[in-house]
Design a protein around this ligand. Structure first.
Ligand code: NDP
Length: 447
C-alpha cells in the first residue's frame, strides 16, 4: 500500500469514529495530507501506528456546569477538556467560552495544539478545553459564578505537571483570575504554574497578553524577509478585534505597516487613515462594546455591517478572529487585490479551498500552527518563570518570543525544503511538529 493510500484509510477511520465533528475532520485532514513523505522516510511510524494513535485523544472530559444568573435562574452549560497528547510534556492549550463550542471544535483545536506546541521546541503536550457558555452581555458576577462552577469540576484534572490551561476566545485576564482563584481555594495550593495568562501582579508573565498577536507579526515579517521583502509601508487587514487582533495591530504599526481595517462578528471597520488602536482598546478591552461604536470616535471611518473584511485591498492579511472565516472566494479576492502574505493569528481561519488559492498564487502563507504559536510559547515562558519563582522584564521576554518565532519559521522553512515543498509552511509546520511527537512516542513504547 502506498503511503498516500495508507493515510487516506486512516483518515476515513477518523471520520467514522468521530461522526459529525466536521472541524476535527478538517484539522486532521490538513495534517495527514502532508505526511506521506514522512512515512516513506520513516516506515517505523506506520509500523507502530503513530498517526492512528495521535488522532485518538489520550483523555476526553465532558462535564455539567450549573450556575445561577443575576435573576436567580439556574443555567446549565457543558464543559470540555480534551487532553490530546502528553508525549512532550504536560497537556497545554487554552479554554474557549463561546456558544458555538461543542466536542468537534475542542478536538480540532486540541489536535492542532499538539503540533503547534511541538513546533515551539518547548516541553509541552497538546490539549484544549472550554464551554458553550456565552460571556457576551453577562455581568462580572455571572462570569465569576460560571468560572467557579467550571473549575469546581475541572480542577481534579489539572496541575502544573499534568495539564495547564490558558485563554482563548472569550477567556481573557478576568476569566483566568476567577478560574485561578477557585483552583487555589479548592486545592489549598498556590500553584502558579497551573494556569497561564495570569495577571503579572500575581504570577503572570509580561508579554503573554501581547504574545499571540506580536508573534504572528514576527512570523509574517520572517516570511517576507525570506522573500527579500519587508512590512515597512504595507497596508494590512486584521480580522477580529479581540486579544490576538489588538496586539497584531500594535506590532504591525510598530514595524511601520498601516492597518486599515478590523472587525467583530457583526461587521467591519474600515479606516483608510489607519486604525486608531487606542480607540479599539478602549472599546474592546475596557468598555467591552461592539466594534460598530468605533465610528462615533473616528467619523472618517466607515462601518459595514455583515461585510467581509477580505474585500478591502491590502498587501498583508492577518485573520485573527475564528475558524473558517476566510473561504475560497475571499482568498481569490485577496490575491486579485495584490495581497502578498497571509499569516493566521486565529486557529484554522482559512478553509481548505482558501488555502489552495494561496498555494496556487504562491503568496507567503503562514498557517496558524506556526504563525500563532507565540501565544503558547510565551505561556511556556510563564511556566518557566513560575517554576523558578522569577519575573522577567518586558524587553527580555519579548526578545525570547522573537527568537522563538524566528526559530519556528526557520524549522518550517527547512523541513519544507527537505521534504520537497520549498516555501510551503503547512508542510514544514506539520512535518516538524509531527516528527518531534512521533519520536517521543516511539521512545516510550506502546502508549
Ligand atoms: P477574543 O475572544 O479575544 O476575540 C475574538 C475575536 O474574534 C472577537 O473580535 C470576536 O468578535 C471575533 N469572533 C469570534 N467568533 C467569531 C465568529 N464566529 N465570527 C466572526 N468573528 C468572531 O479571542 P482571541 O483573540 O484570544 O482569539 C482569536 C483567535 O486566535 C481564535 O481562533 C483563537 O483560537 C486564536 N488563538 C488565540 C490565542 C490566544 O493566546 N488568545 C493563541 C493562539 C490562537 P465578537 O466579539 O463579535 O464575538
Amino acid at each position: 500500500m502506498s503511503a498516500e493510500t495508507a493515510i487516506e484509510s486512516i483518515f476515513q477511520q477518523v471520520v467514522r469514529r468521530n461522526p459529525g465533528e466536521d472541524e476535527f475532520h478538517q484539522a486532521v485532514h490538513e495534517v495527514l495530507e502532508t505526511l506521506g513523505p514522512v512515512l516513506v522516510k520513516h516506515p517505523e511510524y506506520a509500523e507502530h501506528k503513530i498517526i492512528e494513535r495521535i488522532c485518538e485523544p489520550e483523555r476526553q472530559i465532558i462535564f455539567r456546569v450549573p450556575w445561577q444568573d443575576d435573576n436567580g435562574h439556574v443555567q446549565i452549560n457543558r464543559g470540555f477538556r480534551v487532553q490530546f497528547n502528553s508525549a512532550l510534556g504536560p497537556y497545554k492549550g487554552g479554554l474557549r467560552f463561546h456558544p458555538s463550542v461543542y466536542l468537534g471544535i475542542i478536538k480540532f483545536l486540541g489536535f492542532e495544539q499538539i503540533f503547534k506546541n511541538a513546533l515551539t521546541g518547548m516541553p509541552i503536550g497538546g490539549a484544549k478545553g472550554g464551554s458553550d457558555f456565552d460571556p457576551k452581555g453577562r455581568s462580572d458576577g455571572e462570569v465569576m459564578r460560571f468560572c467557579q462552577s467550571f473549575m469546581t469540576e475541572l480542577h481534579r484534572h489539572l496541575g502544573e505537571y499534568t495539564d495547564v490551561p490558558a485563554g482563548d476566545i472569550g477567556v481573557g485576564a478576568r476569566e483566568i483570575g476567577f478560574l485561578f482563584g477557585q483552583y487555589k481555594r479548592i486545592t489549598n495550593r498556590y500553584e502558579s504554574g497551573v494556569l497561564t495568562g495570569k495577571n503579572p501582579h500575581w504570577g503572570g508573565s509580561l508579554v503573554r497578553r501581547e504574545a499571540t498577536g506580536y508573534g504572528t507579526v514576527f512570523f509574517v515579517d520572517e516570511m517576507l524577509r525570506a522573500r527579500g521583502q519587508s512590512l515597512e509601508g504595507r497596508t494590512c487587514l486584521v480580522s477580529g478585534s479581540g486579544n490576538v487582533a489588538i496586539y497584531a495591530i500594535e506590532k504591525l504599526e510598530e514595524l511601520g505597516a498601516k492597518v486599515v481595517a478590523c472587525s467583530d462578528s457583526n461587521g467591519v471597520i474600515h479606516d483608510p487613515d489607519g486604525i486608531s488602536l487606542e480607540t479599539v482598546k478602549q472599546l474592546k478591552e475596557i468598555e467591552r462594546r461592539r466594534i460598530s461604536d468605533y465610528i462615533k470616535h473616528r467619523p472618517r471611518a466607515k462601518y459595514h455591517a455583515g461585510a467581509s473584511i477580505w474585500d478591502i485591498p491590502c498587501d498583508v492579511a492577518l485573520p485573527c478572529a475564528t475558524q473558517n472565516e476566510l473561504g475560497e472566494t475571499a482568498a481569490r479576492r485577496l490575491v486579485a487585490n495584490g495581497c502578498i502574505a497571509v499569516a493566521e493569528g486565529a486557529n484554522m481561519p482559512t478553509t481548505p479551498g482558501g488555502i489552495r488559492v494561496f498555494e496556487e498564487a504562491r503568496i507567503a502563507y503562514g498557517p496558524g500552527k506556526a504563525a500563532n504559536a507565540g501565544g503558547v510559547a510565551t505561556s511556556a515562558l510563564e511556566m518557566q518563570q513560575n517554576a523558578s519563582r522569577d519575573a522577567w522584564t518586558f524587553e527580555y521576554t519579548e526578545k525570547r518570543l522573537h527568537a522563538i518565532m524566528r526559530d519556528i519559521h526557520g524549522r518550517c522553512f527547512e523541513a519544507a525544503e527537505e521534504f520537497g515543498s520549498p516555501g510551503n509552511y503547512i508542510v514544514g509546520a506539520n512535518i516538524t511538529g509531527f516528527r518531534r511527537v512521533a519520536e517521543a512516542m516511539l521512545a516510550f513504547g506502546l502508549i
